[in-house]
Ligand binder design. Structure first.
Ligand SMILES: Cc1cc2nc3c(=O)[nH]c(=O)nc-3n(C[C@H](O)[C@H](O)[C@H](O)COP(=O)(O)O)c2cc1C
Length: 185
């Protein structure tokens, strides 16, 4: 068993240890305009319906587009798109067409008006499920209504943000399936 020496840690930095889900690109459409933002603060909230929660800062151009359209697409990039991930997170859709600037292709979605990003490994079409936490926490609760996932690779090299400009890339797999109760898989 590992033994650690621990010290008090600044609360503003705990994100470095807790936000390591895959970085995603959120695409949106409103009144003829499309946009993309980079996002790390999200979580699954239910199996069926498939619920997904995420934090969208109200100062982002995406915020009003998404709040008004009540739709978005959650796109999962792999490390091949690292420079786009950072560029998209450091520019505002108020002044830049990010599909054009970052060389990405907008494909039509099936259930929502927001576009799918073709170059991403997976795309999840979302309809707003619950708006009650937006005002208070900027937290959007989505129902994923359609999912598109690449057939290979089976284990994509997704990017996981560690704060301070550093990303962890998905790597080794540890399969402990035989130790799981069937209902917990
Ligand atoms: C690695 C990374 C993670 C980010 N995570 C989030 C997030 O979870 N929520 C959020 O509102 N903004 C997040 N941002 C910031 C937005 O992507 C950024 O403000 C972007 O410029 C918003 O674009 P927009 O103004 O066109 O909507 C993140 C940026 C980066 C680079």
């Amino acid at each position: 068993m590992p033994r650690y020496t621990k010290k008090d840690y600044p609360l503003v930095d705990i994100r470095r240890h807790l936000e390591t889900g895959p970085i995603v690109l959120v695409s949106s459409a409103w009144k003829g305009q499309t946009n993309i933002m980079t996002m790390g603060w999200h979580m699954m909230m239910g199996f069926s319906p498939a619920l997904f929660g995420c934090y969208i800062w109200e100062q982002n151009h995406s915020f009003e587009m998404i709040r008004r359209s009540r739709q978005c697409v959650i796109n999962v990039p792999t490390v091949d798109l690292a420079s786009q991930v950072v560029g998209i997170g450091n520019t505002s859709g108020a002044s830049v067409d990010k599909f054009e600037k970052f060389g990405l292709t907008a494909d039509e979605a099936e259930e929502v008006k927001a576009p799918l990003i073709r170059e991403c490994y997976a795309n999840f079409e979302c309809q707003l499920h619950d708006s009650r936490l937006i005002k208070r926490y900027s937290l959007f609760v989505w129902e994923v209504v359609k999912a598109h996932v690449a057939v290979s690779p089976v284990r994509p090299k997704t990017m996981h943000y560690r704060g301070d400009g550093e990303f962890m890339i998905a790597g080794a797999t540890l399969n402990l399936r035989r130790k799981f109760r069937a209902g917990m898989l």
